[in-house]
Ligand binder design. Structure first.
Ligand code: COA
Length: 351
């Protein structure tokens, strides 16, 4: 069983605001990317704060208690702690019995984590797994570099998985091309500290995101259609059986080109990047959560999820969705007022 949830920060940065920082315009950004707005984390908040909100939102839509979670996988490339932030989330949500670790695979991080989680479920090693995709790339872009600062936003999304029979994760494929790693990097800085004549140390630190936009564009629009097609072939399915394409929300032109190359109808392409920009590892659970809440994705729908990004890494997963509705009944007893009942409807997704 799966429930999906998300969390986004409050601060909006519009294209208009960006045009005051760098030589760009709302027209240019909208035409080239489809992005109108992105949200960024405030100075007093951390990646873990955002990830915890997404995890709690996800848990609130399921009947699974935090202590029943066996494993937490945090997909992020912008952890608060280079040693990993999953442990802090485990503590904050009270998942006292869960093992927890980080996975770094940039914008493919959520797909990679979903596949890792599925292996543990398929082998019956674990029963309940929480995967979280969270990134705060606003802290790692150069806000004076117009090639990159227009693209990224901050967010977190999460998914709770339970093993099911039959297995509704129907197939997957993952690929990496390290030869083109240099096209999208967040590289270490090389600050040398000479302590003695024969001891020089490289001091850790990171630079800004650096990207060859045209090459990344070419990579995504050539490789993602192929991997989707190959994943479907692997499980003897064809594209006409697919109800929705849920792609990493990088750029509207990339999404449209991928759909067009596959001959897939554009109105079956799920997208919300206009409001949030590219939220890296968070983009897939964030857009899925919205699509389920909006009643777009329904029970028995077949969806293809695909991620792509730095590494270069890319992957696709085919899933049969089952949606159910969890109704929470709250009893309010207010002083100086009549007692009243309220009903809250939450959508839950079951793979
Ligand atoms: N505003 C205005 N002009 C800009 C600009 C901006 N924000 N960024 C670049 N330009 C300029 C360039 O300097 C260039 O000018 P020139 O012709 O005088 O040299 C011109 O616009 C065209 O640049 P180009 O890089 O060819 O634009 P593009 O059509 O490829 O669009 C991207 C640029 C970044 C939007 C596009 O390449 C892209 O989306 N790439 C994929 C990026 C991505 O999704 N990365 C994350 C993957 S997970």
């Amino acid at each position: 069983m799966v429930s999906v949830g998300s969390a986004v920060p409050d601060i909006n940065v519009s294209n208009q605001q960006l045009s005051q920082l760098v030589d760009t315009s709302d027209e240019w950004i909208t035409a080239r990317t489809g992005i109108k707005n992105r949200k960024i984390l405030g100075t007093n908040q951390s990646l873990v704060d955002l990830a915890v909100k997404a995890a709690e939102n996800t848990l609130s839509k399921s009947s699974i208690k935090p202590e029943e979670i066996d494993l937490i996988i945090l997909a992020t490339s912008s952890a608060d702690d280079l040693f990993g932030s999953a442990g802090q989330i485990q503590k904050r949500i009270g998942a006292s019995n869960a093992a927890a670790f980080d996975v770094t695979a940039a914008c493919s991080g959520f797909i990679v984590s979903l596949i890792i989680a599925h292996q543990f479920l398929a082998t019956r090693t674990y029963n309940n797994i929480l995967i979280i995709g969270a990134d705060v790339l606003s802290r790692w872009v150069n806000w004076l570099d117009r090639n990159t600062c227009i693209l990224f936003g901050d967010a977190a999304g999460a998914m709770l998985l339970k093993s099911s029979s039959p297995d509704n994760l129907l197939g997957f494929k993952l690929k990496t091309n390290g030869k083109n790693n240099h096209d999208l990097v967040l590289p270490q800085t090389s600050k040398y500290k000479k302590f003695t004549s024969d001891l020089t140390i490289v001091q850790g630190g990171y630079n800004y995101i650096s990207m060859n936009g045209r090459e990344v564009y070419k990579f995504a629009t050539s490789e993602v259609p192929k991997i989707i097609q190959n994943t479907l072939e692997l499980i003897d399915m064809v594209l006409t059986q697919v109800d929705w394409l849920v792609l990493h929300q990088a750029n509207k032109r990339i999404l449209k080109t991928i759909a067009d190359k596959l001959g897939f109808p554009n109105d079956k392409l799920i997208s919300n990047l206009e409001l949030y920009g590219n939220t890296s590892a968070a983009s897939l659970p964030l857009v899925l959560d919205e699509a389920i809440q909006d009643n777009k994705i329904k029970t028995n729908d077949i969806i293809v999820l695909a991620g792509f990004g730095a590494g270069l890494t890319w992957g696709a997963v085919v899933v049969r969705v089952r949606c159910s509705t969890k109704i929470i009944i709250k009893f309010h007893s207010l002083e100086n007022s009549n007692n009243s009942y309220s009903f809250e409807v939450n959508k839950t997704m079951i793979f």
